[in-house]
Design a protein around this ligand. Sequence first.
Ligand code: MTE
Ligand code: HPA
Ligand code: MOS
Length: 750
Amino acid sequence: MQNIDSISHVRGQSVYLDDIPVKEGTLYAVVLGSPVAHGRLISLDTADAAALPGVARIFTAADIPGDNQIGGIFPDEPLLAEGELHFQGQPVCLIVAQDELTARRARKLIRLEYETLPPVIDVEEAWRKQQFLSPPRTFRLGDVEQAWAQCAHITEGRAATGGQEHVYIETQGAYACPEEGGRIKIYSSTQGPTAAQRTAARVLGLPMQYIGVEVTRLGGGFGGKEDQATPWACMVALAAHLLQRPVKISLHRADDMRMTGKRNPYRSRFRIGLSDDLQILAFEAEYLQEGGAAADLSPAILERTLFHATNSYFIPNVQATAYSCRTNVPPNTAFRGFGGPQGMFVLEAAIAKAAWELGVPAHRIQQKNLLRENDEFPYGQRAEHARARDCWTAADAAYRLEEKAQAVETFNKTNELHKKGLAVMPVCFGISFTNTMMNQAGALVHIYQDGSIGLSSAAVEMGQGVNTKLVQAAAHALAVNPARIRVEPTDTTRVANTSPTAASAGADLNGQAVLNACEQLLERLRHTAAGLLQVPPDAITLHDEQVLYDGKNTEYDWNKLIVEAFRRRVNLSAQGYYATPGIYFDKQKEKGRPFAYHTYGTAIVTVTVDCIRGIYAIDAVDIVHDFGNSINPLVDRGQVEGALIQGIGWMTLEELLYNPEGRLLSNSLSAYKAPDLHASPKRVNCIPLETEGPPTAILRSKAVGEPPLMYGIGAFFAIQNAVRAFNPAYRPEMQAAPFTPERVLMALYQ
Ligand code: MTE
Ligand code: HPA
Ligand code: MOS
């Protein structure tokens, strides 16, 4: 089945926030951001701006009727700055006018008086000053201290990964409309409708029932709208509430890039110990996470870094400690992988360094240490249905790893100015929100009297195809043609108390809730049919829009059954609910079973580096990916390709630069290089590992949204291997991504 949105996307008929026809009297908002990364606000003069014709009103922190607080995990972030300024671009005033141009003109007329304070931009400086956003965390397995004595070889080093701008095609935005009785309806480009609802209620000082949030779809989120869509929703809600007029905001790209958080950059130290036969006996790491000016989701991201510190390997002795550091840049946030990629990079850097020192290919160390069934992760969960070795073996068989490695060596012997490099990237990613409470979802399914079906869930469609999967799940459960089913916009009044669509668990959680609703309906319909046919309900089944008795056709089809059910006053609506069973985590002990299951895969990445210019091409990425029993191979393959290229961009091109005053220099799409066709691999092969898939995955189809991003990490190490083929003396003091052409060039001639 193709993605249900594909035709309307191609025709430009899909509706995004900016396509919603606005109501008469709608006003437009822009935000004035802090000009300094750290400072103290002395005074705000808005008189000239407010006097500009067409300006409706200018809002500051003083206008907020409820709490000036939007922090999701900790209450440490104001909606509008008060007193202290913490990052350049931090919202200070909201300017509302009859049109956006007027609002922008008024913005220039606001005079801010402030005292500048020294900003902390460097994460190590923040760490030295003990500026933490949350308490440090340590995960332990075995005893690293006693293990070092047993190691034949010990390597130490440093690793760094950069931030990443989400580059969702649709920028942040929201539209709030006042309704009867003081209610506010918000259309928001958010992954988390309930977060927007809860926070807007808090800011306005209203009960949540006064705020309704509706989302049709996003033009991409990638984690950037899990938490950071909330402030814009709150701002327009505030203005709509106080002005009693509809108010819309839609950020320009430059404002979006300057004001919103990105992937957390990390700086880390590692120590890895191996036996003579390349078994990893011990691994120790210390991660410094650059959190930015407020906690946002960083504490949860930090936790996932620790969960994925050992990636797809079993290491008997581990000690991993992570610090979330407060710096004066926009609060960093969720980005596909949610701290997992940052953690995995460090171990891969450690393996790469150990491999040079031992003079063996890194993939020999990797293969030797892959997880086996029942191996223990440092967080106490054991690998069930471990597919790490199956994926590796299948990749080796399909793509002939040793032959590829040989071909690279031969090429490098015969070519002086071009060098090839190869790296393998195994991935093991835990599926579930690491915060157990968040693993719940709801759905509402209506069968209308004419037999058509309306489906609502907590899931937000952002291009990942979750709505298509929900249609498939409902069609499967009710044995009807998918064309009968329409997915309604996600709305907090139809499905309440929702988790954001994130953690790759959107289809699993919401799909199970949809199945639960459909099963209730099916049960009622089977009883209806049994009554009509005067037979026991147990012998009734539905198949292909037909009612079967004892497996044989009856006179009733779907439409006829629904008409009869309605006549007999059978409830044709059902609310579904799902909470992932069997998961828990004890933060005191840092042990538990946080994940419903793990998604596995292996990628082989080959690159060619031009050793005069430092530029490079990704020749091929050859993947074996464990989809379980994929519900939609086309959608899933799209997720693999998109995530892979996003991962390659993070590892190779995308470089966020701040000046010492905390100003973002890479503040536009001309100064920030997002991956394009040229950055993409020339070939991508993706073979599904044939597995049954776990029962907690939707119809045994495993979560796929985030895991393939981490295949992109292989591009870094493939380039590093090519550089070393040219310059065997290359010994980086720190393995630092992104490996931009400038950095490659310097490495070639170090
Ligand atoms: N794919 C597209 N096209 N657009 C997106 O914004 N977000 C990714 C991934 N794939 C994203 C995407 C992220 S960060 C996550 S967590 C998952 O989709 C969320 O959706 P799912 O849980 O339904 O897989
Ligand atoms: N993944 C993604 N988003 C999240 C998580 C997680 O584990 N926890 C809270 N938000
Ligand atoms: Mo995805 S980073 O969990 O939104």
